[in-house]
Design a protein around this ligand. Structure first.
Ligand code: SAM
Ligand code: SF4
Length: 331
């Protein structure tokens, strides 16, 4: 619990800072200076920290992310071990979908519950420009494989950029509705490796919703709770698993949800961050490798969370983008 009474039950685990795509809002075409291997937690170290979080700190939801988590060789084994914890946490994955076609059945068998797949365009050419890689077909195949494997509801994460793909919001929603995926738009945040984010070119939640006006979205009677996405019902469409179809908008910048945040973050090199935008980290790797016992590690984690700030402060004149980009924190 932090000093504002928020309880962190949702753990985001970054399994690698590396990636096989180069989304322009995330990292430069040449890539970034990757973490040296010896600084990266081993599979056993990751699992020990996840176990401590579940056993001692009340974490009920674990999401594996990165960088690109499908690049982590031990991913299936990590998911399987996390699924054997008691009480069993809900397990999900955020991925760019490249390679998911092959891995989806094994991940499902290991105990993964759901996936979020990032997709910003329906055009293979645009995808190549946006990610600097020609892998659009792999992502679409990954989405289909996830649905077939039952990693549902399959959600799609989309970041719109002005003059790049902001004309695609209705087409992306129609695609998601037809295929039975749940689409969520994410406002672009100042977390790119290039430090090029500009509030004035960011496509806002209000603009996204305006472009979806033809769908006649209706307010969602289901409470948002601690979820970052505000959701709307799409009249005339039903979700793949039954019930009304929904679309979500994550207005991280213009409609911040910090007051309800229930997240704690573990980086691939064993640092705890109490916020995506935190400027400080707490080094659990040093504790782990220095022989600390579970109680000591849990206590350091509690202290790290207690100091969480009330909000991300992007609008404060004093706001500074964190030194680490999204891909190294774990999105
Ligand atoms: N590689 C995986 C993927 O792309 O889904 C997982 C990591 S990625 C950092 C997680 C999510 O963060 C993706 O949906 C991506 O679109 C989003 N993202 C990356 N940079 C962002 C930024 N500057 N603002 C908003 N979302 C961003
Ligand atoms: Fe890789 Fe995900 Fe960043 Fe795209 S958003 S470059 S897929 S980590």
């Amino acid at each position: 619990m932090d000093r504002f009474g928020r309880v962190a039950t949702d753990l985001r685990v970054s399994l690698t800072d590396r990636c096989n795509l180069r989304c322009t809002y995330c990292m430069p075409e040449e890539g970034l200076a990757w973490l040296p291997r010896q600084q990266q937690l081993t599979d056993d170290e990751v699992l020990r920290l996840v176990r401590i979080a579940v056993d001692r700190l009340g974490v009920t939801e674990v999401r594996f992310t990165g960088g690109e988590p499908l690049l982590r060789p031990g991913l299936v084994g990590i998911v399987a071990a996390a699924a054997r914890l008691s009480p069993r946490p809900r397990l999900s994955l955020t991925t760019n979908g490249v390679g998911l076609e092959r891995l989806a059945p094994a991940l499902r068998d290991a105990g993964l519950d759901r996936v979020n797949v990032s997709l910003d365009t329906l055009s293979p050419e645009r995808f190549r420009e946006l990610t600097h890689r020609d892998r659009h077909a792999d992502v679409l195949a990954g989405l289909r494989a996830a649905a077939t494997a039952g990693l549902t509801p399959v959600k799609i994460n989309t970041v719109l950029m002005r003059g790049v793909n902001d004309d695609e919001a209705p087409a992306l929603l129609r695609f998601a509705l037809e295929q039975g995926y749940e689409l969520r738009f994410i406002e672009q945040m100042p977390l790119d490796g290039q430090h090029r984010w500009d509030r004035h070119t960011m496509v806002t939640a209000a603009e996204i919703l305006a472009s979806l006006a033809p769908f006649g979205l209706e307010s969602d009677p289901v409470s948002r709770g601690t979820a970052p996405a505000e959701t709307w019902l799409v009249p005339g469409w039903s979700a793949a698993g039954g019930g009304p179809a929904r679309v979500g908008v994550i207005g991280s910048v213009t409609r911040p949800f910090c007051g309800d945040c229930d997240r704690t973050r573990l980086t691939a090199d064993g640092q705890i961050r109490n916020c995506l935008f935190a400027r400080e980290e707490s080094d659990l790797r040093a504790l782990l490798r220095g022989g600390a016992d579970d109680a000591e590690i849990a206590q350091a984690w509690r202290v790290a969370m207690a100091g969480k700030r009330a909000g991300h402060g992007i609008d404060d004149p004093s706001f500074l983008q964190p030194a680490r980009p999204m891909s190294a924190i774990g999105g």
